[in-house]
Design a protein around this ligand. Structure first.
Ligand code: GRF
Length: 185
């Protein structure tokens, strides 16, 4: 199978990057991860890029120079898909306009509910019984692009933000890989 080239954007622990890297090693998975971009040089997730020998850059896409250089790199590497995986910066609108291929994101709630930050805390406070994660296309509005896939997680009485996060993240790893398969099917 001819795989498409993909770039994963991270800011933190990078466990979704790790899961995507694992999937990408499977013969039938539609993408290779050729590049990792991190908003911070301290992101723990960079360890996975190093482990899998994937080139990476530290960029601040809100700076014009960085925007231009990131686009150049992505085009040079023939990147067809950007996966935002815990990327904690809002993507610059110019960047979204100028990058002509697909950009997707994973979000820890059942969108359109709980866009933005602190999703676990807000769901618990509202006594929700159900939450989960959503993979969606990225557009210029925060967490508002077309939905690709959602996975449910039940909230139990004794759940805390930490237990909820852990349960949701397990679902995220599958949701992200399944979404990538869906979009290139
Ligand atoms: C994920 O839980 C995702 O929902 C959110 O940021 C978190 C990143 O975790 N967008 P990791 O860096 O992939 O471990």
């Amino acid at each position: 199978m001819v795989k498409k080239n993909a770039c994963v954007f991270i800011s933190g622990s990078g466990t979704n990057l790790k899961a995507l890297l694992k999937s990408s090693r499977e013969y039938n998975f539609p993408i290779n991860i050729n590049y990792v971009i991190s908003s911070s040089k301290k992101a723990k997730g960079l360890e996975y890029a190093k482990l899998y020998k994937i080139p990476f850059s530290i960029l601040n896409l809100n700076k014009i120079m960085s925007l231009e250089s990131a686009l150049k790199e992505l085009n040079q590497k023939n990147i067809s898909l950007i996966c935002l995986a815990g990327y904690m910066k809002v993507l610059n609108k110019n960047f979204i306009n100028k990058f002509k291929k697909k950009i997707i994101n994973i979000h820890p709630s059942l969108l359109p509910k709980y866009k933005g930050l602190n999703t676990f805390e807000r769901a618990l406070k509202d006594n929700e019984k159900l939450t989960g994660c959503t993979v969606h296309y990225v557009n210029k509005k925060l967490d508002s692009g077309k939905i690709i896939l959602k996975k449910n997680v039940f909230i139990e009485k004794n759940d805390s933000e930490e237990t909820l996060k852990a349960k949701i993240q397990v679902k995220e790893y599958r949701a992200y890989s399944e979404s990538v398969i869906n979009i290139f099917r």
